[in-house]
Ligand binder design. Structure first.
Ligand code: ZN
Length: 205
């Protein structure tokens, strides 16, 4: 091999070591991250590969650089999990192929919002309901330095917002209905439904 291509790295994904996840309380999660300077380096590619391995290992649908202790406006997103049709419909959850986003930002399109339970790999054991814009215009740079813009809706928009918020030092719990917070165990036993409606009524959020 002359050099490692990204295709090769993907093929050998299992061999890439995940990175330890940083949990709430660590100040790196509360910093506004530095912009990417536009340099595509082997170190950056290795970091991305290891973040993808971390996301798969967790498992999760996104990892932002500060979650592995790196102050950089970078996140990886991917959602190829199979979910029950009722959940997929209520949450507008569709498959999302791997996205590597550098210096990302988003803005809502229109006024439609959605409230659903979400969690964070940096705050294990808990889940809470967050009202977010349902439709966004997402903008980011690719590794080639090109700017990309894409309209995202539903769960895909939620993932993009959650990870991009991390890069501004914002954790989902900052935006959550605080009375909605559940342990994962209670959520699984009591409120694991396609919508948050029953939990909202019972927990008064
Ligand atoms: Zn998170």
């Amino acid at each position: 091999m002359m050099h490692m291509s990204s295709e090769l790295n993907e093929t050998h994904d299992d061999a890439v070591q995940p990175l330890p996840l940083v949990h709430v309380g660590d100040p790196v999660l509360r910093q506004v991250c530095n912009d990417w300077d536009g340099n595509d380096t082997p170190e950056l590619r290795e970091l991305i590969d290891r973040m993808v391995a971390t996301m798969h290992d967790a498992p999760g649908v996104g990892v932002a650089a500060p979650q592995v202790g790196v102050n950089l406006r970078l996140a990886v997103l991917e959602d190829m999990y199979d979910v029950p049709e009722s959940f997929a419909q209520a949450r507008e959850r569709e498959k999302l192929e791997l996205m590597v986003i550098l210096n990302p930002s988003y803005e809502p399109i229109g006024n439609r919002t959605a409230t659903h339970y979400e969690g964070c790999l940096s705050m294990p054991g808990y889940t809470a309901a967050v009202e977010r814009p349902a439709d966004i215009r997402a903008t980011w740079l690719g590794l080639d330095g090109q700017q990309h813009t894409r309209e995202l809706s539903g769960w895909q928009a939620r993932i993009f917002q959650h990870e991009t918020d991390h890069l501004a030092g914002i954790i989902y719990i900052d935006k959550a209905h605080i009375r909605s917070i559940c342990t994962d165990e209670n959520y699984a036993h009591m409120w694991a439904a396609p919508t948050a409606d029953e939990a909202r009524e019972a927990l008064h959020f």
